[in-house]
Design a protein around this ligand. Structure first.
Ligand code: F7E
Length: 318
C-alpha cells in the first residue's frame, strides 16, 4: 500500500487529491494545522479514512515528525497562504508559509526520507506581468504580488533540491482551478455563491473589483490528476497545467448570471476595495508538455465549470 502525506488537505486541492489517492488505494496522511475553529467541510466525506498529523509549515520540527510518522512514498505540498489579495496586508506571513514553508517541507523529506517523491504546488501567478503568451515551462517569471514572489522562491528551491540532492521533486505550475469546494473569497466562488443568493432573493448586489482581468480557469478535480501523474514518471520535471483558454472576469460573471436567467449588469457593482495594488492582467497557459508527456487532459471546460458551481450553490441555499 502506497503512503502519501498531503499538506493543505482541508483546502480545495487537498480534498480532491485525497479523494483520488484513496480511490487508488493509498494510505493518506494529512498535515493538520492548529486553528481556533476547525473547517473540515471539504473532507467531511472522507474524514475517517485520513490519518491526521499535527503540524505547521512554519515549524520544521513538526514536519520532520510528520515525515517520520507517515513514512510517505509521496509528499504533496499544497499548503500555503493562497489568497493573492491578502498577500499585500500579510507579506511576511505569506513569505514564511508560501515561500519558506516549501524549504522546510523539502528539508524534512531530505533529512528523513530522501526517496519520497515530492510535489510542489507552483502557480501561474509566478508569470505575473507576462513576458510571453501563452505561458509555458520556459517562460520567465515576473511575479506581481508578495504571493507570486513567495511562489517563485518555492518553485526554485524545489528545482534546487532536485538538482543538489537528487530528490524526485516536481513543480506543477497550475493555472487557476476552481470547483464547488473553492474558498468563498476567490472570484469564481464569490460570483457563483452570489448568483445563487441573488436568484433566491437572499442578496441584492455583488461587489467586485477588476472585471477586465483574464484567467485560464480549469476544474480542480482535473488538475489533481496531473499532480499525481507527475509523481509516477521515470524522471522528475516541471509542468504547466492549464486549459489553454482564457476568459475575463466579466465573461465569468456573464456566464454565471445567464445560467439562472439574470442579466449581470443589473446586480454587479464595481468596488475599488477589491482592486489590487498590482494586477496580473492576463494568464493563458500552454499545457502541451503535460498532455504529451503525462497523457493529461482537462475534462471540464469553462462553461460547464461555471454551471457546476452555480448549480451547487443554488442547491446549498435551496
Ligand atoms: O482572482 C479579479 C482579481 O482571487 C482572479 C489563487 O488560487 O489562482 C488564484 O489567484 C481575478 C484577479 O484568483 C474580484 O483581481 C475581480 O484578477 O480568484 P482570484 P487569483 O488571484 O488569480 C492562482 C493560480 C493561485 O495560485 C492563487 O493561489 O479576479 N477580481 N474582482 C477579484 N478577485 C477576487 N478574489 N474578488 C473580487 O471581488
Amino acid at each position: 500500500m502506497k503512503r502519501a502525506l498531503i499538506t493543505g488537505i482541508t483546502g480545495q486541492d487537498g480534498s480532491y487529491l485525497a479523494d483520488l489517492l484513496l480511490e487508488k488505494g493509498y494510505k493518506v496522511y494529512g498535515l493538520k494545522r492548529r486553528t481556533s475553529t476547525e473547517n473540515y467541510e471539504n473532507i467531511k466525506h472522507i474524514q475517517n479514512e485520513i490519518e491526521f498529523i499535527s503540524g505547521d509549515l512554519d515549524d520544521l520540527s513538526s514536519l520532520i515528525q510528520a515525515v517520520k510518522l507517515s513514512k510517505p512514498n509521496e509528499v504533496y505540498n499544497l499548503g500555503a497562504q493562497s489568497f493573492v489579495a491578502d498577500s499585500w496586508p500579510q507579506p511576511v506571513y505569506t513569505a514564511q508559509i508560501t515561500g519558506l514553508g516549501v524549504l522546510r517541507m523539502l528539508e524534512a523529506v531530505k533529512q528523513v526520507k530522501q526517496d519520497a517523491r515530492f510535489y510542489q504546488a507552483s502557480s501561474s501567478e509566478m508569470f505575473g506581468r507576462v513576458i510571453e503568451t501563452p505561458q509555458k515551462e520556459t517562460t520567465p517569471f515576473y511575479p506581481r504580488s508578495p504571493y507570486g514572489v513567495a511562489k517563485v522562491y518555492g518553485h526554485w528551491i524545489t528545482v534546487n533540491y532536485r538538482e543538489s540532492y537528487d530528490l524526485y521533486a516536481c513543480s506543477g505550475i497550475l493555472f487557476n482551478h476552481e470547483s464547488p469546494r473553492r474558498g468563498i473569497q476567490f472570484v469564481t466562488r464569490k460570483v457563483t455563491d452570489a448568483v445563487a443568493r441573488i436568484k433566491l432573493g437572499l442578496q441584492t448586489e455583488l461587489r467586485l473589483g477588476n472585471l477586465d482581468a483574464k484567467r485560464d480557469w480549469g476544474f480542480a478535480g482535473d488538475y489533481v490528476k496531473a499532480m499525481w501523474l507527475m509523481l509516477q514518471q521515470e524522471k522528475p520535471d516541471d509542468y504547466v497545467v492549464a486549459t489553454g483558454k482564457t476568459h475575463t472576469v466579466r465573461d465569468l460573471v456573464e456566464a454565471a448570471f445567464a445560467h439562472v436567467g439574470l442579466k449581470w449588469e443589473d446586480y454587479v457593482v464595481q468596488d475599488p476595495a477589491f482592486m489590487r495594488p498590482a494586477e496580473v492582467d492576463l494568464l493563458l497557459g500552454n499545457p502541451e508538455k503535460a498532455k504529451k508527456e503525462l497523457g493529461w487532459e482537462p475534462k471540464i471546460d469553462f462553461q460547464n465549470l461555471v454551471k457546476m458551481m452555480v448549480d451547487h450553490d443554488l442547491k446549498k441555499y435551496s
